[in-house]
Design a protein around this ligand. Sequence first.
Ligand code: ADP
Ligand code: MG
Length: 788
Amino acid sequence: MAFNVSLSQVTHQLAQLKNALNVFTKAPQKFSLVGSANVSMGVSMSVGAMAVASAAYSSAYAVHDNNNNDDGSLHGFGLGGGHFRALFDHSTFAMSALIGTMCAVNTAKNDARVHPPSAVDAKANSDDDDDTSKAQPQPQPNKHRGGSSSALVELACQYPLEIAISTVAAIISAGASLLHPLVVARLFAVAGTAAAAARAGFPPIAPFVAVAAAFLGLASLRALAAYLRHMAVRRVADHLRLRLFRKLIAHTDVAAYENPIGRHPSAREAWPRLAHAAGEVAKAMCQTLSSALADVTQILGATMALLFISRAMVAAMAGALPLGICAGLAAAEVARRARRSQVQMDRANDALAGEMCREYKAVRAFAMEEVEANRYASRGDTARARFLTATSPALSSAHATIGFLNAGATVLWMYLAATCATSGSADGCAAATDGAVPLANVTRYAQTIAASAASLSASQNALLVGEDAAREVLASLDMPCEIERESPPASSRTAASLPPAGNNVNFPALELRDITFSYPSAMALPGSSGSAPPALSDITLRFERGKSVALVGASGSGKSTVVSLMQHFYDVDHGNVMINGTEIRNIAPADVRKSVFVVSQDSILLPGLSVAENVAYGQEARSGVAPTLPDVWEACRRACANDFIVRALPRGLETVVGFYSGTSPDDDASALAGISGGQRQRLCLSRAFLAAMSDPQHQPSVFIFDEATSALDAATEARVSSNIRKYICESTNAACVFVAHRLHTITEVDEIVVFDNGFVVERGTYAELMKKSNGRFAELARKQGLSL
Ligand SMILES: Nc1ncnc2c1ncn2[C@@H]1O[C@H](COP(=O)(O)OP(=O)(O)O)[C@@H](O)[C@H]1O
Ligand SMILES: [Mg+2]
């Protein structure tokens, strides 16, 4: 019966909700989180309020039906068991409405956006792995910059399970709080009974045990709610971190990644902040939001309880409510703006200081420590001055306003409660009771409302922090992603499995046909008009099996860019890259990387892995067989790395690379600091020797050495180069590509390609190029003291 009464009103309320949504979507300016959260909260609260009103109706019926007020009722409140069932039904409904409204408002606003749905929208419910929806990695303008829709709500909609868990937590904790006054009232009743029992000569202990059990039950409910919230927070935080980790690892061009807060110079610097932001998001989403829901429920529940005591009192508060909400919203918006601009300034300073600390050697080398310290201090002075003159006044007055509103509301409640309690049933006070209302009971509910309202405004602050973090997280999840994530579609991946090296003799191992390419980041960089000249123009190159090619040219001429394109780290703007006759876009990236082996110019060792694991990195995935230690050792020997491994590394091949060793705290063999550039380069070269040792089916079809011996001394370079020729170029059927500065190392290659400013300007054998005495190559060679 309770449901029947409320149904028509709820329908009416839903219609109003729909109207409100229409207004939102048509609104020209977008909403901030606090704006949308509050507006939707307001809408939901009105739904909830209507639900409460209908609960009141149903309760009135219940009172009517149960005039005898049996065990289930409490005399001081005039509330029967039926009332509380109704209360819970309706507050649950109100909370669902709250979540639903927030998601609906957010979705409506997303749909209304000018640009097409982003990857995050598309994959709201799926992991990043199976995201194949984006066709091209376009650098997107950051849609969360500058305060548009709520990033927090957008992320929350991606975690329905965790939101449900924290909603359950909210219901439980609100239920416990609302039950508390009733249990206290019961305590008095039972105490009275106990006294009577004692007078009658019975042991008075039993009622107290019951009361204790009741309190224990309430405490357990609260503990359960806390546990559920922790679980939800942890799940969301961990999953967000995993997604961010995947993103940063697969990201095309972290160097050019900008987010609303600032530029991240590298993934390494982005990570700690993003990991922290993920935690903040999770907390805001599953803890703050949940406690806000609990607060709303408590306000509704307590309001309902008071409704039975004094309708006039509730009406007076409801009249003041819109004013309070508007003032609260305005104050929160002021706080949000002040906070954000200060955070931007502080973070920029922090980032600069961090980068300076990283470059400490240069600072010291130029004896600039004092100058840098002064520069740091003066930036701090500027930031502090701004904080004290603008940010802090804005924040404090906003908080004061919210505090004042809360205090005002509390005073009003107290006044009304006191009036009601002392005046008996004058204005409908205690309508459902049969006498004066104990002041303590009224004020308890009034206090609940005031406390919940105060805690709501505290939540609002925490939501601001969460929203900032959510923007950062979303911006990072929106970053243009590595090609791996976008193409090719799963179907063509399986269709175009790579022909093994050497099988398809009709095609070169790798071919670039008429390539033109610009870095996506060069177009996205602030200040660039997008018209930077391409990094490569009209490049056509063939890398035949069993042949070797050298790419030479000044730095910045485009050699490493060619290497990146050969690994399909980027899509070309024009032309084709073919591996064994197959267009590279149709080959799964992992297969491309198995086929094209690169020793890059930055000698990278992976931290937390031993030297042996570093040398064997990726080898098992490529060949399907884990390399044996003797193989690893042999590869190191060929790269001339064996000497120093024995001599300089504390645990030889087992030495763990990196400043922290990961698993066990006593494992302190951090060797990275002690490995020189040349030694690292030799370890990276060992990987190529190891790859060349796998069976012919699993050998790469192209080996690329991008200035891979540049840090070696002349004698070692000669030995390693000769080993590369012998153990890689001659004993596998692969194409060998050398990117070289020192031209004496490439006298024997089959073809030399000379780059200049992204163009191929000359090509031929060493002898041919040296003959063109005024050619670019001959000029370079002369500068290095080489002659034919
Ligand atoms: N990740 C990148 N983002 C934007 N521009 C880049 C990037 N890497 C290289 N470039 C630019 O592309 C051009 C070619 O660079 P690169 O291929 O590294 O030259 P090389 O290896 O011949 O020294 C240079 O102008 C360089 O500044
Ligand atoms: Mg280079």
